[in-house]
Design a protein around this ligand. Structure first.
Ligand SMILES: Nc1ncnc2c1ncn2[C@@H]1O[C@H](COP(=O)(O)OP(=O)(O)OP(=O)(O)O)[C@@H](O)[C@H]1O
Ligand SMILES: [Mg+2]
Length: 351
């Protein structure tokens, strides 16, 4: 399977796609679809800070790729009427890198630290102090003669984003006044996002086509927008440019994204599990070999969504297909099939 095919339902984006995405980002909290609780809480945090005339508490956003963390960071700065400085965990290799950013912040600025869990450890200490006391200690000299010179920095708001909240050290997590947990989106929310995006792209999207695409988008706005672009391409080349239900179905079947959002790799994994291993349990590496993939590819790329959508269960004895998997693939389970749902009860996950 080529990388390109896999890209279609991957929640991650490459550089080209990130450029395209910029045009589709909502610019205000009102335009931001879904995540009602987060939106409401955030709106309160921002309004009250503005009334007090102070920079709001530091904000941490946690959630999977493509769910709107970067979008929300930009909205926070826009709602506050302040500018946004952007950096990321991997860009901060030494504490000096962080000091350079912090010491040039202006009062009230929003500092967006993407992938904050990947920041270098020595920089974390410096970030704690900066978050709490708006101060950095710049170390001058080396060895026993080194001295730390405290330097005041402008009060700012840190907005951290992470796909792995569990990897953040507790002292760092505790210094955020507000943690926004981003969930997967409901189909009706994705539908709204699609209609909005279609408007911005100048695409004529029929309501039932929006429903169709939303249902195949894996709860992820990034994937919804990507499928929309592919359906639009198809409609322009093969049809009259209108995105109808028929066009959407034809395009998505050409791209091999099924009505649950499963792509070819997902379906190959399910088919092997059902047909060759009678629904399991089977070890991940055995399963991977049978579809000609690396175990890691199956584990990282295909399995999370298959588990989340209830097609595969992880049990201590291996991967097991659920009754939904048999039904979705149109196959009849053998009478002695072990079902994931049953096998799940009281069972610890396989590590
Ligand atoms: N709530 C939303 N309403 C409308 N569009 C959204 C929403 N959330 C995300 N999007 C769209 O989805 C795309 C991806 O969003 P974004 O870049 O903010 O995700 P992310 O969580 O930062 O992902 P990553 O973890 O990969 O950095 C953007 O084009 C954005 O416009
Ligand atoms: Mg992002």
């Amino acid at each position: 399977m080529s990388e390109h095919e896999r890209d279609l339902v991957s929640p991650e984006a490459d550089l080209d796609e990130r450029a395209v995405e910029g045009a589709l980002r909502p610019k205000s909290l009102d335009e931001f679809v879904g995540q009602e609780r987060v939106r409401e809480q955030l709106s309160l945090v921002l309004r009250s800070a503005q009334r007090r005339g102070k920079a709001p508490d530091h904000i941490l956003m946690s959630g999977g790729p493509g769910l709107g963390k970067t979008t929300l960071a930009m909205i926070i700065a826009a709602e506050l009427g302040s500018s946004l400085r952007i950096t990321s965990g991997p860009a901060i290799e030494r504490s000096g890198d962080l000091a350079a950013v912090l010491s040039t912040l202006h009062e009230g600025e929003v500092l967006f630290l993407d992938e904050i869990h990947r920041m270098a450890r020595p920089a974390e200490e410096m970030l704690y102090v900066a978050m709490e006391d708006f101060r950095v200690d710049v170390v001058v000299g080396k060895g026993p003669g080194a001295t730390a010179i405290p330097l005041d920095i402008a009060p700012f708001t840190l907005v951290g984003a992470t796909t792995r909240a569990g990897m953040l050290p507790a002292p760092l997590r505790d210094r955020f006044g507000f943690v926004a947990h981003m969930d997967f989106y409901r189909p009706d929310e994705l539908e709204l996002i699609l209609r909005r995006s279609a408007g911005l792209l100048g695409a004529d999207l029929a309501p039932d086509a929006a429903v169709e695409i939303a249902g195949r988008s894996r709860g992820t706005p990034r994937i919804a927008n990507r499928l929309l672009r592919r359906v639009r391409d198809y409609a322009e080349v093969r049809g009259d440019g209108r995105l109808t239900l028929e066009t959407a179905r034809a395009a998505l079947s050409l791209y091999e994204v099924d009505d649950e959002g499963l792509d070819r790799l997902d379906r190959a994994v399910l088919t092997a599990l059902l047909r060759r291993f009678r629904g399991g349990p089977v070890g991940l590496s055995t399963l991977a070999v049978s579809v000609g993939e690396e175990p890691e590819t199956v584990e990282v790329v295909a399995e999370p969504f298959l588990v989340r959508s209830g097609f595969i269960a992880r049990t201590p004895r291996g991967r097991v297909a659920t009754a939904e998997a048999w039904a979705h693939m149109g196959l009849t389970p053998p009478p002695d099939a072990a079902f994931g749902a049953g096998a799940l009860f009281g069972a610890a996950e396989e590590p």
